[in-house]
Each structure stands twice: as C-alpha cells, then as structure tokens.
Design a protein around this ligand. Structure first.
Ligand SMILES: [Zn+2]
Ligand SMILES: [Zn+2]
Length: 319
C-alpha cells in the first residue's frame, strides 16, 4: 500500500501561542509531498520533524490571512539556497504572486528555480490537479476573504491480476476488461474468464479534506462525503459561538456537525484561538456529536491505511 499521511506542523491562529505554530501541514501521498498552508516558521517545523523541504513540488495556500502564508517567502528562499532546480507549483488566491515578487524585487533576490503561481477561483467544487494515481479538488469556504478548502483523493486503483491464473492465450483487450473489474465473455454470451478467479479486488481509494478557515458551512458536507480524514478548523468553543460568527470561524461543535453530516471516518480539529491555554475541551465538545475526533498538535502524524471493516484504519502517531 502506497503512503497516504498527513504531518501537522502548526495548529495556531491569528496571534502567537507558545507551542502552537500557525497553520501548515505536509501531506505525503504516494511519492509526492504536498504542503498545505505555510504559516510563519513552517521551514523550522519541517526541519524539526525531519521532513524533506526540497521534495515539495506543490503548495496549496487556503487564503491570504498572514497566519496561513507568512512563512512562504522564507521557505521559497531556503529552497533556492538548498539548490533546488525543480519547478514549484503554488496554488493560492489571487495576490500571492504579486506579494512574493515584491519581496524578491526589493531584496534583489532571484529564485534558482521556476515558481509557478496558479490563481484559485471557484464557486463550487472543481478539479484542481490530476496526477496518475491521485487528484486534488478545491471548493470555496465562507470566510472574511476568499478562502478555499482542498480535497486530496486517490484514484481508485484497477483490479490486480493474478498472473499465474491467467489463460496463456489472453489478449490485451481481455486484460483491459479484467482491469476494469469485468469478466470476459464469449460471443455466445457465456463466461470465458471469470473476474474473481483471475484478479484480486483493488484497494479502496483514500481521501483527505482540509477546511480552514471557515464559518459553519452546512453544505460543506456535500463536497466531502465519506472522506477518511477531515481536518476542520475549530477556532472557538461553542461558548463563543457569537464570536465565531462575527469572525467567520467555527466552533468544535460545528466542525463535528460537518463531520457527522459528511459521514467521515476521522475528524481532526485545529486552528485554535490563542485565548485557549489547553485544547482538551475542543475534543470533548466535538465528541458529543462525533466520536472519532482528535485534537491536532504539532508533530502529529495521521496515517491512512487500507480501509477494513472493524479496524481503526486511520492511525494517529506523534513524530
Ligand atoms: Zn487563520
Ligand atoms: Zn483567516
């Protein structure tokens, strides 16, 4: 099974709180490393947890509030000084390219590699990036400025052929049918090769959704149905629901409502206001509605294994 894991680098929001860096996560999907958000100090967090800075080929920035991208110019510069030559693709709302180019211009710096910015804009869920084995979709969240959520999804792999069980005279067209999960038939309609005798069923496609920052958005669940892991912001506890509404953020209870409606497997809460000294209450509040909830912390690694019945296939570790 190819790796599909999420490394949490920061869970803070707005103003600093010791022990909580601002939003950033490194997702490893198969052989690729994807960075989601890049709060202040993200490069130190990558070093801290031994994660490979120059293997990141895609960066996804949810929105242009500082707690989600103030670490970017530093990371881009370090990548250059580390000798990067591979192109880097950065998905972000319009404006980030201008900001970064201005910072480079007045420091009279140039990057040694090509950084390509792709402006995000959409009113609904849309495909953003498609690779051979996985793809990324994005969708609008409800925040004070343009903000997007991301959905990382494996492509359902094809059936695995059992080579020894295949007939010697099998044709390429017949192999293609089997890979699609179909039996092969003779012209008279009788079965020639029975699918479950020559193939193993494919592994189930795994998925991860990142939703930060947003006011409570009930229809969000329709865009992320049945994802294995949902990371949803919970800046406040429910006692401050009014504050959450006026600042376009969510409470732990609201995040749990989304997780429950979307029937996700595991909910991870993050983006905590610095007014909270501990985060245990976020977990207990959310668990009233959605049981498999965890509070994110720096150095948390979430591993999505192969979904199997009665088996907690999403595993949580501390790096
Ligand atoms: Zn934020
Ligand atoms: Zn924000």
């Amino acid at each position: 099974l190819q790796p599909f894991e999420i490394n949490i680098l920061g869970v803070g929001s707005a103003t600093p709180h010791l022990g909580r860096h601002m939003s950033a996560q490194l997702v490893k999907i198969h052989t690729q490393y994807l960075l989601i958000d890049c709060g202040e100090g993200t490069q130190y967090q990558l070093l801290q947890y031994g994660l490979p800075i120059n293997k990141i080929n895609y960066i996804f920035i949810s929105h242009l509030h500082g707690d989600h991208y103030y670490g970017l110019i530093a990371l881009l510069s370090t990548m250059s000084m580390y000798g990067r030559t591979n192109e880097l693709i950065i998905f972000a709302p319009k404006g980030l390219q201008e900001i970064i180019e201005l910072q480079l211009k007045y420091s009279e710096s140039v990057l040694n590699y090509k950084a390509t910015f792709i402006d995000l804009t959409t009113e609904t869920k849309q495909l953003l990036l498609k690779e051979k084995k996985w793809y990324v979709e994005f969708f609008p969240l409800n925040h004070r400025i343009k903000t997007f959520g991301f959905l990382f999804h494996e492509i359902t792999p094809s059936n695995k052929l059992i080579k020894e069980a295949l007939p010697k005279d099998i044709t390429l067209a017949e192999i293609a049918q089997l890979k699609l999960g179909n039996s092969v038939y003779n012209t008279d309609g009788s079965i020639k090769i029975k699918i479950d005798e020559v193939t193993l069923p494919p592994t189930v496609a795994r998925s991860y959704a990142y939703c930060s920052d947003t006011a409570y958005l009930p229809h969000l669940s329709q865009w992320i149905p049945g994802v294995d892991v949902l990371y949803h912001e919970s800046t406040f506890l429910n006692a401050l629901q009014n504050r959450a509404e006026t600042t376009y953020h969510s409470t732990a209870e609201q995040a749990a409502k989304v997780a429950s409606a979307a029937k996700v497997n595991t909910l991870i809460l993050g983006h905590f206001s610095s007014r909270y000294k501990t985060t245990t209450e976020f977990e207990s509040e959310a668990k009233e509605i959605f049981d498999t909830t965890y509070v994110a912390h720096e150095g948390m690694k979430i591993v999505i294994n192969e979904p199997k019945e009665n088996n907690p296939y999403v595993r949580i570790y501390t790096i």
